[in-house]
Design a binder for this molecule. Structure first.
Ligand code: SAH
Ligand code: SF4
Ligand code: F3S
Length: 474
């Protein structure tokens, strides 16, 4: 039996940092300093950046008009694939010059990439000008790190190996008034053999149900209609907590909150998707029916090598069970192409599963070797040209399925939550159905954050176009 991970949940540390904020803020306000946060990676990082923005705003910084004009530039980094890291090193190269020209300009780096020794070594050797470096476990300490940097004039590197404390009550500035992400757990215990996340985000630590409930309730009271619950594997929520609540227990509590129209969650690991969870999603109107269920590969042999903990057949059975209990469910997924040892027949299995399941969309990734993970030293890494050809074939298959799915929706009526203005056409807004389908409609800007009923008139590969039928809530 595995030992329970002792996790201390505290609000005291947030208070201590708050005192530092009070001391520092006058100095920052007097100088009229501005900040810019560049966020890379997944929604975990996006949510961390909202916390960093909350702290900086409390400290008296204002948001810079652009990255180029900021007095304080923070990059919240990702290292899930090599490309993500190359982007950061590219940006740092360009900053060296600016640092010389703009003496008060400060640069901080944080996030997953910083948790790797090999990255720290390179930064120490080649990018000595970076003022503050911190990691994924100590974001809440930013006021203290900044204070030390200002008072001593020395560059600060504060990276922790691990952490078993969850600090509640950090200030945060959310991007949208009407929707918000909420962390329900941190870290990951799965150690998929290709993945760096468990090494840079540590072991699974769940927040208490009551703390999550209170936060969601407060968000709803503040106008939030949709929440996205975040965890690397939400289906194993609660295992480190004394009362062992399950993810279903948590969902049931949250679904009862009046005014909370939509609950989404990611990511669900197929190996831990319980029957109770399926029942709970089926039962509650406000639990969304668009499910993200990463498959990674359609070959049982490769899934075993990846340490995913399910076979192709078990995944297909799970999907069949979900579709039976929730006929309107749509599925999205993540797939890796070119994992070491992937043969033509393994890849054919992946294509076959994609065709059987008819995903609404699939995030497709070329396998990227991550130093320190077991897959990095596996023999028979697949040839680059072979991977590229397979990747293109997969993307084409996924797109054909998505386009067919979208075309079949013409004439249907959906309720959508309008979220954004369209990038290409100012008169158009975009929103999502409960099943996660992207829909564009002609609507005024002040409809953002409202639910509308839309009839679908046209389709593209990755989105639908519709007309507003009835507007509720207005
Ligand atoms: N915890 C989530 C996802 C974490 S990372 C889950 O298990 O589903 C998001 C996606 O990045 C993964 O689902 C996987 O498809 C992809 N990924 C992770 N490591 C990768 C690597 N080394 N190379 C290519 N893709 C990778
Ligand atoms: Fe990575 Fe696997 Fe954990 Fe997801 S479940 S974060 S893919 S180790
Ligand atoms: Fe997310 Fe990238 Fe870290 S995907 S958890 S920001 S390595």
């Amino acid at each position: 039996m595995s030992k329970r991970l002792e996790v201390k949940i505290t609000t005291e540390e947030a208070k201590r940092q708050d005192e530092i904020i009070s001391k520092l803020s006058q100095h920052i306000k007097d100088k009229g300093l501005t900040f810019f946060i560049g966020t890379f990676g997944c929604q975990m990082n996006a949510l961390d950046s909202e916390k960093i923005e909350g702290v900086l705003t409390k400290l008296g910084y204002t948001k810079a008009a652009s990255e180029k004009t900021a007095d304080f530039l923070i990059y919240n980094t990702c290292c899930v694939r090599e490309n993500a890291e190359l982007k950061i090193f590219g940006k740092l190269g360009a900053l060296k010059h600016r640092k010389k020209k703009q003496p008060n300009f400060m640069v901080a780096l944080c996030g997953c990439m910083m948790q790797q020794d090999v990255v720290l070594k390179t930064l120490k050797q080649k990018y000595k000008f970076v003022d503050i470096i911190f990691g994924t476990y100590n974001i809440y300490k930013l006021p203290e790190l900044l204070q030390t940097r200002i008072e001593t004039g020395e560059n600060i590197i504060d990276i922790w190996e691990t952490h078993q404390e969850i600090v509640e009550d950090l200030p945060s500035i959310r991007k949208h008034q009407f929707k918000s992400c909420v962390n329900i757990m941190y870290g990951c215990n799965n150690f998929c053999t290709y993945c760096i996340v468990p090494y840079v985000r540590g072991r699974e630590r769940s927040r208490e149900v009551d703390d999550i409930y209170d936060q969601v309730k407060a968000l709803v009271d503040d106008g939030v209609k949709e929440i996205m619950l975040l965890g690397q594997n939400v289906n194993s929520y609660g295992k480190n907590l004394a009362t062992k609540p399950t993810f279903t227990d948590l969902l049931e509590r949250l679904a009862s909150i009046d005014g909370l129209k939509r609950i989404r969650f990611m990511t669900s690991h197929p190996k831990d998707f319980s029957d109770q969870l399926i029942d709970s999603i089926a039962k509650h109107d406000n639990i969304c029916k668009g499910l993200h269920l990463p498959i990674q590969s359609g070959s049982t042999r490769i899934l075993q090598q990846m340490n995913r903990g399910y076979t192709r057949e078990e995944y297909l059975d799970l999907v069949a069970k979900i579709k039976k209990a929730i006929p309107s469910a749509t599925l999205t997924t993540d797939i890796i192409v070119g994992f070491p040892g992937e043969s033509d027949s393994d890849f054919a299995d992946t294509l076959d599963v994609v065709t059987q399941i008819q995903y609404l969309s699939a995030f497709t990734f070329i396998y990227s070797k991550r130093t320190g993970t077991p897959a990095a030293t596996m023999e028979n890494q697949v040839d680059e040209d072979v991977i590229k050809a397979r990747f293109n074939q997969l993307v084409a298959a996924v797109n054909t399925i998505a386009a067919d799915f979208m075309a079949a929706q013409i004439g249907n009526t959906y309720e959508i939550l309008l979220e954004d203005s369209s990038k290409n056409d100012a008169t158009m807004l975009s929103g999502r159905t409960d099943t996660g389908i992207l829909v564009h409609v002609k609507a005024p800007l002040n409809f953002i954050g409202e639910f509308v009923t839309v009839q679908i008139t046209n389709s593209k590969t990755h989105y639908l176009v519709g007309e507003i039928k009835v507007s509720e809530d207005l």
